[in-house]
Design a protein around this ligand. Structure first.
Ligand code: URA
Length: 264
């Protein structure tokens, strides 16, 4: 079988995603940049919508603050080792291995999902199961490829038992890792796949759909870097169950691609 992005035509990629031949851009993207009439503008510095306090539900205790501070200074090998040995929450007891992320550590694009599933837990790489196949097709639809200017991570690095939704405490325990990945990669744009990813960087959110198309950004908690624009869309596993919303995800991806063009 051909792999998306490796020899597939655009029509085949869109077909793989369940869109073809319907989803064509109606307006040239370059003619309608963010900030143009009817389009949301990027949040200006100081107008940042990400609530980074979400990384700790309550005020973190001294131990948590110390741990977060140590993680905030790690390089990639240290981060990899720390995640692999992490016992900060109960998920460590049932994982086969922690899954840090995969891809280009200097990528412009960062995609964030929820947590590893069974296949990811077994193989140590995010999005390698059915949802990953769809994610690869989504990437290919906007001319991206896993590992090529793209990094893929999860909000939570260990598989929750029976693939349940990660709990708030588990998300909080993993938040410093995702934040450090963001600081090391310094992506131009972050695409948040689903609710857990959105909560990880935006804090408590309303319906996921209400965040789509909005102008959002993430400011690193230490204020060291400029806010990074965020695009929120549906999780590929949800899209596999809810085919009509694939069209909305396609809109989000097109918006992300247009936004990226304005950032380069
Ligand atoms: N779902 C996710 O959110 N992440 C993975 O790595 C796999 C499935």
């Amino acid at each position: 079988m051909k792999t998306p992005g490796q020899g597939l035509t655009r029509e085949e990629i869109l077909h793989e995603m369940g869109f073809a031949p319907l989803w064509r851009l109606r307006t040239p993207l370059a003619a309608n940049p963010p900030g143009a009439a009817g389009q949301p503008a990027l949040a200006a510095p100081g107008e940042v919508t990400a609530d980074t306090s979400s990384s700790g539900e309550a005020a973190p205790g001294a131990a948590e603050a110390g741990r977060a501070a140590r993680i905030a200074h790690m390089d990639w090998p240290e981060l990899q080792a720390s995640v692999a040995a992490c016992r900060a929450c109960q998920l460590c007891s049932e994982r086969r291995q922690a899954v840090l992320g995969v891809g280009d550590v200097h990528a412009d694009w960062l995609f964030v999902g929820e947590a590893p599933g069974a296949e990811e837990d077994a193989r140590g790489e995010p999005f390698v199961g059915p949802a990953g196949k769809l994610l690869d097709a989504m990437l290919a639809a906007i001319d991206l490829r896993r590992g090529d200017d793209v990094y893929i991570a999860n909000a939570v690095k260990c598989r929750p038992p029976r693939n349940r939704t990660p709990e708030a405490g588990e998300m909080a325990a993993c938040a410093p890792y995702l934040q450090r990945q963001i600081a090391l990669i310094q992506p131009r744009l972050i695409v948040l796949l689903g609710r857990a990813a959105a909560q990880a960087l935006l804090g408590e959110i309303g319906p996921l759909g209400s965040l789509r198309g909005r102008s959002l950004s993430f400011s690193p908690p230490d204020g060291s870097a400029r806010p990074i624009p965020l695009v929120v869309t549906y999780h590929p596993a949800y899209l596999l169950r809810t085919l009509p919303d694939k069209a909305k995800a396609w809109e989000d991806l097109c918006r992300a691609r247009a936004l990226m063009r304005t950032l380069q």
